[in-house]
Each structure stands twice: as C-alpha cells, then as structure tokens.
Write a protein that binds this ligand. Structure first.
Ligand SMILES: [Zn+2]
Ligand SMILES: [Zn+2]
Length: 266
C-alpha cells in the first residue's frame, strides 16, 4: 500500500509558507507518506525543483497544480505545463487531458474558498471526454477552516463515480498528511492506475479545528509576507527559517491582495 498526499502548497503559492526542500524534509522525517504532489495555486514554479530533489529525500513527487477554473479549484496531476486560469471546468479538464494529466475536484462545495459544486462535478462525469480526465474527488480536505464542509463531502463524494481522496491542502508543514490517500502498490504508475480504477481509500489522520488551522497558519503567513519561509539546506541538516526572494503570483483573493499591497507596494 502506498500513502499519498496530493494537495500541498509551497511558497510558489501566494499563501504558502514553506520552501520545496523544507516540505521534502518534513515529509521524509515526520510522516508515513511516500508520495506527494506539489499543487500551488495556478503555478508550477516549484515542481521542477521538487522533482529534482525528491530522490535525495527518498520520496516520489507528482507534478501538479491547483487550477482556478471559472467554477472552482481543480487539482491537475501528472501535467507538464501550467493550465490557464479562469476557463470553464470542462475546458480546464480537456486541457489537463491534452497533457496526459488527470484531475481531482478539490474541496467540493467548501465554504470560504472557490469550489466546484456537486452539480458541476456530475456534469463533468457525464461529459464523454472530460469524464476520462476527472477521476477523483476530495472526500476529505484536511486544510479547511470551515471543517464542517467535510461532512457533506464524505457523503456526496461516495455517490460520484470517482476515486475518493483525502488530502491535506497544507499551507504549513505541520498540516501535511492530515488528509491522505491509500492506494494499492507504491509507484507513480500504481497511483495513476488506482485513481483511474477508483481503488483509493481516504485517510483522516487528525482534523484540526478551523480555529487551530488559522492560529497555526497566520503567524507563518505574516512571516512569509515579510520574506521569511521554512527552508532546508540538505536532508542531513535541520529545518530553519531563511530569507526568500521568490515572489509568487499575485493573490487572487481580497485579503491576500490587500496584505500583498500593504507589504510589498507601500
Ligand atoms: Zn483550493
Ligand atoms: Zn489548495
């Protein structure tokens, strides 16, 4: 059995707080995960580094991206190039498919974040081509502030003809693996097959309350806005904070945009 967390954000998301080496170090030292996907918001800037460094940390990394479609967030996995933002769900899925990728509906109908409805997902499942690309749905998302959204997700997702996944949607290290997915085998190809054949099992490791998610996250987010993030020099060295000079794509939500303007532009 392999264990994967296929929804993790790095500093290449405007709201991520950890560098790629820090994520790899944390996963390797502190979790049972053997497979992760880096899925930054509309960015694949961290993917190449993650793929290059992963063998040093004994991990497999799936290239990915959390695409903001016009209808809500979609995880694009096994892709090579960024998918444009703001397209319809069907067009987004078809572009993912053109690259040989597979898609997962992120946090369906979750409050407080841009999410697909179950109706959107069902329509994609009925589409002759898009249904070949959309293979999974997050039945559990460990990063939600409004954690109650996971209750209908667990029920509704089981009624869909899709693989059910648990993911963390981690924006800080300590949340990685809070949601995860078991799949038969352990290789990248095994995971791909399990998603297509709906042979996955959801893992809910622990569910921090929404307030705990926020209180753990906010100080790290503020540090990141000031240019500091968790970093790791190499697998033998400990994690530490370091100055980063990467500015990720501009925030697409109101609070993030406001903070971004306050800190970087004034
Ligand atoms: Zn999302
Ligand atoms: Zn996310």
């Amino acid at each position: 059995m392999g264990l994967a967390d296929l929804h993790i954000h790095s500093i290449h998301s405007y709201d991520g707080t950890s560098t790629i080496p820090a994520i790899l170090k944390h996963v390797s030292d502190n979790t049972d995960l053997d497979m992760i996907a880096i899925t930054d918001h509309d960015s694949m800037e961290g993917v190449k580094q993650a793929e290059e460094l992963a063998p040093l940390y004994g991990l497999n990394v799936i290239p990915g991206c959390e695409v903001t479609s016009a209808q809500g967030h979609v995880l694009a996995l096994f892709i090579k190039n960024r998918i444009p933002t703001g397209l319809s769900l069907i067009d987004t899925l078809l572009l993912i498919g053109e690259q040989g990728g597979l898609a997962v509906a992120a946090h369906p109908e979750a409050r407080g974040t841009s999410s697909l409805t179950y109706k959107d997902i069902q329509e994609a499942c009925n589409h002759p081509f898009a249904s070949q690309i959309l293979v999974g749905v997050e039945a559990f998302n460990g990063g939600l502030v409004y954690t109650r959204s996971n209750i209908p997700a667990a029920v509704e997702s089981n009624n869909l003809p899709l693989a059910c996944l648990g993911n963390s949607d981690a924006h800080i290290l300590s949340m990685i693996g809070q949601g995860a997915t078991y799949y038969p085998g352990g290789s990248v190809m095994d995971l791909r097959l399990a998603l297509k054949q709906r042979q996955t099992r959801v893992v809910m490791n622990k569910n921090l309350g929404g307030m705990q998610v926020l209180t753990s996250y906010i100080p790290r987010y503020l540090l990141r806005m000031l240019g500091w993030a968790v970093w790791n020099e190499n697998p033998a060295k400990p994690l530490k904070y370091a100055r980063i000079n990467t500015l990720s794509p501009r925030p697409n939500n109101h609070v993030g945009r406001l903070l971004h303007q306050m800190i970087f532009e004034y």
